[in-house]
Design a protein around this ligand. Structure first.
Ligand code: SF4
Length: 298
């Protein structure tokens, strides 16, 4: 288990089971708090083979260099981060992905997770990533016709991927909530249950340059769906999402850059993937860039 210290106490985390244990009776002096964010998402590439209209990933070409990336994850691990989540674009289009995940599983104590559309997973990729990726998040924003309209790919192909992923990984579904997807939530929850997902993550749509955010009426529908929900798959949402339902917040004082940071595919660190301002990670490394970002208050 990895131990992390912070304003809420001593936090123990097991990357294989996903178990979190918070010893909140332990008062940790500020000088001993872990310096790295608890979780860092890293966009490996902006490339994607789909074209979802609500996509927030930047569309210019960018891809991370593998040597820089390995240096950053080593630094984050030593500074107390618990996990790194790879995304994009589509992370399976990053040609070094299996090597990076293997390196991290063997040389760091970080949980390696990724968010993927799932459609490129096959037996060869699964066998490279099995045993070195701790959790896979598959983006599913609808079932049958809705899925096919939004993603432009066959829903049966998605089912094949889920079967493959569920056989070898702890996994969950990510669902962007908007006016089109809200009506498919029952079907998505059934899909998650059918393939044994460990989590259904509900992400109200954020405004981007090309699409607006989720409407208030849809958020109210979401709240009432969450309150009615009684399925076996645990629900989760992002830290700042306002879904109206009561949320368990165990780490109430570990906020801002102590909690989360995002590195985009150009190597710029930001408070979130939506944040306008960021700091390029240079030869001084990722922790120095995070310190500059904190000083900027950006
Ligand atoms: S699969 Fe993800 S990264 Fe690709 S276009 Fe859709 S939302 Fe964007």
């Amino acid at each position: 288990m990895k131990v992390r210290f912070g304003p809420d106490g001593a936090h123990l985390f097991d990357r294989w089971s996903g178990m979190n244990l918070l010893l909140d009776e332990v008062e940790v002096p500020e000088r001993a708090w872990s310096a790295a964010p608890r979780q860092v998402s890293i966009a490996l590439t902006n490339a994607c083979d789909l074209a979802c209209t609500y996509c927030y990933a930047p569309k210019h070409r960018a891809v991370l260099g593998v040597e820089s990336l390995l240096g950053w994850v080593r630094e984050l691990d030593l500074a107390g981060a618990l996990g790194v989540g790879f995304g994009g674009g589509e992370p399976t289009l990053y040609r070094h992905l299996p090597d990076v995940c293997e390196y991290m599983a063997e040389n760091t104590n970080l949980a390696v997770t990724m968010t993927t559309h799932g459609l490129r997973w096959n037996a060869a990729l699964t066998s490279r990533l099995s045993g070195v990726v701790h959790f896979v998040r598959v983006s599913v924003d609808g079932t049958t016709n809705t899925y096919e309209r939004l993603r432009g790919r066959s829903f049966e192909r998605l089912r094949d991927s889920l079967r493959l992923i569920a056989a070898d990984f702890r996994w969950g579904i990510n669902t962007v909530i908007n006016e089109e997807t809200i009506k498919d939530l029952d079907g998505i929850a059934s899909l998650a249950s059918e393939y044994g997902a460990a989590e259904l993550l509900l992400l109200p749509q954020q405004p981007t340059k090309t699409a607006g955010g989720v409407q208030q009426a849809t958020l109210r529908e979401l709240e009432s769906w969450v309150r009615r929900y009684s399925g076996p798959v645990p629900l989760a949402t992002s830290e700042n999402a306002e879904i109206g339902a009561p949320l368990a917040r165990a780490l109430q004082h570990e906020v801002g850059l102590r909690s989360y940071a995002h590195i985009d595919a150009t190597g710029t660190v930001r408070r979130s993937s939506y944040a306008e301002r960021g700091v390029p990670v240079d030869e001084d490394g990722v922790m120095a860039a995070l310190a500059r970002l904190e000083r900027m208050g950006a």
